[in-house]
Design a protein around this ligand. Sequence first.
Ligand SMILES: O=P(O)(O)OC[C@H]1O[C@](O)(CO)[C@@H](O)[C@@H]1O
Length: 251
Amino acid sequence: MQFHWYEDPAALAGHAADRIAALLHRKPDAAIALPTGQTPLMLYRELAQRHRTGALSLAAAHLFNLDEYLGLPGRHPMSYAAFLRDNLIDLVDADPARVHLLDGASADPAAACAAHDRAVEAAGGLDLAILGLGVNGHIAFNEPGCSWQTRGHVVDLAEATLARHREQTGRGDLPKRGLTMGVATLREARSVLLLASGSGKRAAMAALLAGRGDPDWPVTSMLTHPDLLVLAEERLRRPLSPADGLRAAAG
Ligand SMILES: O=P(O)(O)OC[C@H]1O[C@](O)(CO)[C@@H](O)[C@@H]1O
C-alpha cells in the first residue's frame, strides 16, 4: 500500500491519469471499474484531454461502472450511467460493446448485478478498480457494516450518503437504494487506485490511516490488498476536528 498526498487536486488527477495510461499502454484491453461523484471529475477531464491529443485510447478497454441508483434508467440525467457517459465515455473512443453499465431500471436488479459480475469475469477480472471515498468510508455503494464477501448486490444507501447526494445535487428525490459491485469483486481487482478528495472525508481517511480492517469503514477492506495506491488531498491528513468526529458518529 502506498499513499501519495497532494496540495493540488490537478496534480492528483494527473498522477491517476498517468497510472491509467501506463496500464492501457501495457494492456490496451484492460478491465477498469470507474467511480462517479465529484472526486473523479478532474481525472476524467484529464483522460478526455489526453485522448483529444492522441496520447490515450480507450478503444479496447472494458469499462464498468461501480454503482448505480436503483430505479433510474441509464438515460435518466441523474443516473450514474449518464454521469459516466457525459464525463468520460462519450468524450473518448470507448467501444460501446465494451462499456458495461449497471442497469438501475432492471425489473430484476439482483440479476442485473449478477450480469455485471459475469461481464467482469468474462473480461478476465478487473485490472484496475478506481474508487472514490464516501464521507462515511463507503466504496462504490458498499456502506458501513456491509459484508466484505459480497459480489454485486442491491443496497439501502446510508443516511450520510443520501445527505451528501442531496447537498451535491440540490435534489431530495433521488433513490434511497442502489446497485453496487461487491467488496469481494473489488478486492480481487489486480490493482486498486483510491482517490480521496473533497470535504468531510477526514474521518474516513483517519480510519484508513489507522491501518486496521474495520467493518464500520468499508474502505478499510482494501488495506490488505497487495496493490493499493491511495492518492489523497493533503488536507485529509490533518487531525480530526470535534466536528468531524460528530459527523462520523452520525454515520
Ligand atoms: O466523490 P464524491 O462525490 O465525494 O463521492 C464519493 C463516492 O460516493 C459516491 O458518489 C457514491 O455515493 C461514489 O460513486 C464516490 O466514489
